[in-house]
Design a protein around this ligand. Structure first.
Ligand SMILES: *[C@@H]1O[C@H](CO)[C@@H](O)[C@H](O)[C@H]1NC(C)=O
Ligand SMILES: *[C@@H]1O[C@H](CO)[C@@H](O)[C@H](O)[C@H]1NC(C)=O
Ligand SMILES: *[C@@H]1O[C@H](CO)[C@@H](O)[C@H](O)[C@H]1NC(C)=O
Ligand SMILES: *[C@@H]1O[C@H](CO)[C@@H](O)[C@H](O)[C@H]1NC(C)=O
Ligand SMILES: *[C@@H]1O[C@H](CO)[C@@H](O)[C@H](O)[C@H]1NC(C)=O
Ligand SMILES: *[C@@H]1O[C@H](CO)[C@@H](O)[C@H](O)[C@H]1NC(C)=O
Ligand SMILES: *[C@@H]1O[C@H](CO)[C@@H](O)[C@H](O)[C@H]1NC(C)=O
Ligand SMILES: *[C@@H]1O[C@H](CO)[C@@H](O)[C@H](O)[C@H]1NC(C)=O
Ligand SMILES: *[C@@H]1O[C@H](CO)[C@@H](O)[C@H](O)[C@H]1NC(C)=O
Ligand SMILES: *[C@@H]1O[C@H](CO)[C@@H](O)[C@H](O)[C@H]1NC(C)=O
Ligand SMILES: *[C@@H]1O[C@H](CO)[C@@H](O)[C@H](O)[C@H]1NC(C)=O
Ligand SMILES: *[C@@H]1O[C@H](CO)[C@@H](O)[C@H](O)[C@H]1NC(C)=O
Length: 418
């Protein structure tokens, strides 16, 4: 009797595990957007000549009854602006002569302005380099003398987006360099990707993305470090219309199949102080950077972020100044690559780090199919053993003394109890 109950419970448990697994696999988010890329929207190249290194990429991601506009711009510090509208026909309007002046608010607009629901920009402002003589990897507690003059990304010379645009893959590569000697063989590149549907990048950290997100992979390649023990930090700033990106939430993730050895995900979110309200937009990353372009396990190096702080001025981005202008809340943080004991930049002269920028709630990693299979096997096998054990006990109980006193052949029907 007890064994039968146990058996029923086990079967139910197994079934529900399998169903949960199937649900998680099948329940992929299937929101789709129609993504199209356009360079320098509205620019009539006969009338306005672009200064070298200035480019504006516009990505329109059309939903069923709303549109996401991504604008990536290399005028000044590189910036990615995300604008969400409630219209399927919203447009980006650029007054190019004024836009190139960099000081005219409203020279870039998304119209109709009344359809704009949310806008937020992420700007890459500075690259800090410090001499980590004591291998603390903790720039926040180092004396100013440990820091080299930061590289101002607004002063970089940026490459032509037209040459790196891949309209079918929805990607573009923006590479820039500083005028100094250290960058004579080096570059800082931002690889932008827009997505029409949920998925994952091939290369680590293989962040989960969806149709409401885009990704930037930052690569610092071949820069001559100014000391043998140099480490780097990247300063990011965010500007928003209503809610600034004010806090970073660090979530635990139990599934490390896609990003080996990294069990955390950080998200810098734009959300009212009242945390019960939904998140409006975010920048999400895994706290890891890689020391080679095609990394193996040992090339991963953890990274840390500083607490976001208010910044007094708008970041030096032409895009931000012309879209937001005037007074807007700006917050900033530093992303520090590497920790104590990890090799210094000079060992590989390479670093890459990836961030997802999107609308609404950040994507959440669920159990991967592999982990689910392991779970089902892991839970299922002991269950099966217990279950078989139960059956055996049952069989023994149902075979009372008869077996002891009678020869087996004297009870031909006994097999049928099984
Ligand atoms: C996506 O947009 C393109 C260009 O505007 C259009 O030709 C195509 O039909 C659209 N596809 C869908 C599924 O809406
Ligand atoms: C847009 O569509 C979603 C469902 O697809 C719906 O919930 C929402 O109310 C719609 N918004 C508008 C403004 O029509
Ligand atoms: C913008 O800058 C130009 C020169 O760089 C100047 O002539 C113009 O007056 C400025 N406009 C505003 C609104 O500050
Ligand atoms: C490095 O450590 C030494 C000895 O502890 C200390 O005197 C020195 O100030 C440290 N240097 C830095 C840059 O922290
Ligand atoms: C960067 O450019 C700004 C403005 O163009 C200038 O004031 C500043 O001195 C430059 N910084 C460096 C490190 O070259
Ligand atoms: C991009 O380059 C192609 C040729 O390489 C040219 O025809 C096109 O006009 C360029 N587009 C822009 C926006 O500069
Ligand atoms: C850049 O590379 C060239 C050739 O490999 C080399 O001679 C030069 O020293 C390098 N410059 C720096 C700053 O590393
Ligand atoms: C993407 O945004 C649209 C519009 O706000 C929303 O309806 C949809 O559920 C979102 N999809 C995801 C995966 O967040
Ligand atoms: C870096 O280390 C190498 C070899 O250890 C040495 O030759 C070189 O002078 C050092 N450079 C600096 C800037 O300390
Ligand atoms: C990098 O710096 C370390 C620590 O100073 C030094 O021992 C090593 O020789 C340097 N490596 C290269 C390739 O310069
Ligand atoms: C948070 O929001 C809820 C509902 O929107 C409201 O009732 C509550 O008072 C808010 N709390 C704070 C601290 O603002
Ligand atoms: C980033 O770090 C540098 C050097 O420690 C510091 O001067 C700067 O204020 C930091 N920026 C932010 C936004 O925290």
């Amino acid at each position: 009797m007890a064994a039968e109950i146990l058996y029923t419970i086990h079967v139910l448990f197994l079934l529900s595990t399998v169903r949960l697994a199937a649900e998680i696999i099948a329940n992929g988010d299937n929101y789709r957007r129609n993504v199209s890329l356009e360079l320098n929207p509205g620019l009539n190249s006969l009338l306005t000549l672009l200064p070298p290194g200035v480019g504006l990429l516009h990505v329109r991601a059309l939903g069923k009854n709303n549109t996401l506009h991504y604008l990536l711009c290399s005028q000044g510090a590189p910036a990615l602006l995300l604008v969400h509208t409630s219209s399927i026909s919203s447009k980006v309007e650029v007054d190019w002569p004024a836009f190139l002046m960099q000081n005219t608010t409203g020279s870039l607009k998304v119209t109709p302005e009344s359809s704009v629901l949310y806008s937020n920009a992420l700007v890459f402002t500075r690259l800090w380099e410090y001499d980590d003589v004591n291998d603390t990897a903790d720039p926040e507690h180092l004396p100013p003398s440990s820091f080299f003059q930061p590289y101002e990304l607004q002063n970089f010379t940026w490459g032509d987006l037209n040459k790196t645009l891949e309209p079918t893959g929805h990607t573009a590569l923006l590479c820039g360099r500083d005028a100094s000697e250290s960058f004579s063989n080096g570059s800082l590149c931002l690889k932008f990707s827009a997505f029409d549907v949920e998925g994952r990048d091939q290369g680590w950290p293989s962040l989960l993305h969806n149709a409401n997100s885009s990704q930037l992979r930052v690569g610092l390649d071949g820069v001559a470090p100014r000391s043998n023990r140099s480490r780097f930090s990247l300063e990011l700033q965010a500007v928003g219309d209503t809610q600034p990106m004010s806090r970073v939430d660090m979530l635990r993730s139990i599934d490390d199949e896609y990003t080996p050895s990294i069990f955390k995900v950080s998200q810098w979110v734009s959300s009212p102080v009242n945390s019960t309200s939904p998140v409006l937009g975010y920048a999400q990353w895994k706290p890891v950077a890689y020391r080679r372009p095609s990394p193996v396990f040992e090339d991963a190096t953890p990274c840390r972020h500083s607490t976001p702080v208010p910044v007094a001025q708008l970041p030096p981005s032409g895009l931000v100044r012309s879209y937001f202008g005037g007074e807007h809340q700006t917050t900033g943080l530093n992303m520090t690559f590497s920790i104590t004991g990890d090799p210094f930049y000079n060992t590989t002269n390479y670093l890459s780090w990836t961030v997802l920028v999107g609308l609404g709630s950040p994507p959440v990693d669920l159990f991967s199919p592999l982990v689910l299979v392991i779970m089902v096997l892991g839970l299922g096998t002991p269950m099966l053993i217990i279950l078989l054990g139960g059956v055996c006990v049952c069989v023994r109980k149902n075979r009372p003394q008869t077996q002891v006193y009678e020869p087996i052949q004297a009870k031909p029907g006994y097999v049928s109890h099984l």
